[in-house]
Design a protein around this ligand. Structure first.
Ligand code: ADP
Ligand code: GLC
Length: 486
């Protein structure tokens, strides 16, 4: 099959979260399974073409991309996903993509991704490349299925093309004023007078994608079920119900070339499931780096996260001081809302030996925290898939999570009901979204941390499980086939 994969972020070029990890790994696996894949992303200011050997694509040359009747002159750079043969096209329009952040609150945020979406289609036209599947991800590319059917339907290149939309996070929908659809030059009957593409009187790019894609999925089974409820659907549950026979869950995989304690290029000491000596050395290295004392007997809890409500920081804030009264240490790497930064900074000032913080984005520290921590904390309010808990399993870092979305699908509670026999489980989880329930789970984990054979068993259960992309990539192929047979 020929697959076009469009994403607003792709590892290693640009990343704010897990979408980039997925977009940097899944296309390679799909290609390995014998398919032709082309990846499309914006060429942000932060991407240095010389570092990766990307070249200006003179064969494609200039694209004239129209927004609100005005033609923008767009160019394209070309390269490969590292360690692969996967073609990657970078949409170059400095006026839109040379900003200090990947996502902005600027007035033309809608236009940035309308332009990107149209450019993806126009590159395929220039290449004369007819994809079987166009796979789009989240709101930033969710208009592509609409544009293919409404704006570019005249082009027989796309006669057989089907579309797949992956929802990575329902919390971000691409909601703008109704004018955005006008700027996208979509037919007026689709949006005027509360037309079908509108949601609560606004434009909503994700809703549009839900209505127009041939097949839709999200990134775990549990989140797929949750999205059909009012509680989790963020207003999209009704539309998803309308498409429920075309709506699936596929859990994300992990790129073990990047996230593997045996080979991780960011950590000073490698280790394996049979010998965790290196893990302890990484713990010391990490604590030294953060200026904190080291003891092998004091459990170290790690957090690597966007600092947003989704990730459970309000229930952490309820009990932060109770946590820090326990015999443990806590390190946090994150960037996001100031209130959460301030809360953690204040706590770090008060308990300098127990709590370490780093605010900002830091790839190396993210790996070091995975490797050096004993416990990984992820008490998300909702979590479509979540990657860090899956990385944690591989690093022997026992996850403590809230039982929701992909966290529920990947973390099994240690000895919960002994339902599957004794000594099963790879972490600790709780259901009720409250500081109290979170604290109880942390206390359970600390209790077992002191029982070394038990702790080692929990670590082994996590480390021995394979979450590589191979299996999920096969599920995506099956999904593409479903779309293609429609
Ligand atoms: P989400 O996509 O909702 O942020 P995921 O768990 O799927 O959550 O993925 C988050 C990814 O972003 C992981 O690879 C994680 O290591 C990384 N990450 C998050 N915050 C930071 C940070 N401050 N510095 C470095 N990496 C980070
Ligand atoms: C989103 C979700 C996260 C998921 C990631 C990749 O950002 O919040 O749970 O793992 O996308 O699919």
């Amino acid at each position: 099959m020929k697959i076009a994969f469009a994403s607003s972020e792709v590892v290693p070029f640009a990343k704010t979260g897990g979408l980039a990890d997925v977009a940097g790994a899944l296309p390679k696996e799909i290609a390995k399974l014998g398919n032709e894949v082309k990846v499309f992303m914006p060429k942000y200011y932060q991407i240095n073409e010389y570092e990766y050997g990307h070249q200006y694509d003179s064969l494609i040359g200039e694209l004239k991309v129209s927004i609100n009747g005005y033609e923008h002159s767009v160019h394209v750079f070309y390269g490969k996903l590292p360690n692969s043969n996967v073609d990657t096209y970078f949409i170059h329009y400095p006026n839109f993509f040379h900003r200090n952040k990947i996502y902005t609150e600027d007035w033309d945020e809608d236009e940035r991704f309308i332009l990107f979406s149209k450019a993806v289609i126009q590159v395929m036209q220039k290449l004369g490349w007819s994809p079987d599947i166009v796979h789009v991800n989240d709101w930033q590319t969710a208009l592509i299925p609409v544009l293919l059917r409404e704006t570019f339907a005249w082009d027989s290149l796309f006669n057989k093309t089907k579309t797949v939309l992956t929802i990575h996070n329902i919390g971000y929908q691409g909601r703008f004023s109704i004018e955005s659809y006008k700027r996208a030059e979509l037919p007026v009957e689709l949006y005027e007078h509360f037309g079908p593409l509108t949601h609560e009187g606004d434009s909503n790019f994700l809703k549009s994608g839900i209505l127009y894609s041939d097949v839709i999925n999200t990134v775990s089974d549990t989140y797929a079920k949750e999205l059909l409820t009012r509680e989790y659907g963020s207003g999209m549950d009704g539309y998803l119900w309308g498409r429920h026979t075309d709506f699936y869950g596929i859990v994300n995989g992990v790129d073990y070339n990047v996230w593997n304690p045996e080979t991780d290029k960011y950590i000073p000491y490698h280790y394996t499931i049979d010998d965790l000596t290196g893990k302890l050395k990484n713990k010391k290295f990490l604590l030294d780096k953060l200026g904190m004392p080291f003891s092998s007997d004091i459990p170290l809890i790690g957090i690597v996260s966007r600092l947003v409500k989704q990730k459970g920081f309000d229930i952490i804030s309820e009990i932060l001081h109770k946590i820090l009264d326990l015999n443990l240490q806590l390190v946090i790497l994150g960037s996001g809302e100031d209130d959460y930064e301030n809360m953690f900074q204040d706590a770090a000032n008060k308990y300098p030996n127990k709590m370490g913080v780093y605010f900002g984005y830091n790839e190396e520290l993210a790996h070091l925290i995975e490797a050096g921590s004993d416990i990984f904390l992820m008490p998300s309010h909702y979590e479509p898939c979540g990657l860090n808990q899956i990385y944690s399993l591989k690093y022997g870092t026992v996850p403590v999570v809230r039982k929701t979305g992909g966290l529920a699908d990947t973390v099994q509670d240690w000895n919960e009901y002994n339902a599957y026999g004794h000594d099963t489980g790879n972490g600790f989880s709780f259901y009720e979204y409250s500081g109290k329930a979170l604290l109880q789970s942390i206390e359970r984990a600390l209790n077992d941390f002191n029982n070394k054979p038990v702790w080692r068993k929990i670590q082994n259960n996590g480390m021995s499980k394979d979450y590589s992309w191979h299996h999920s990539a096969e599920e995506y192929i099956a999904l593409y086939k479903k779309a293609f047979s429609k």
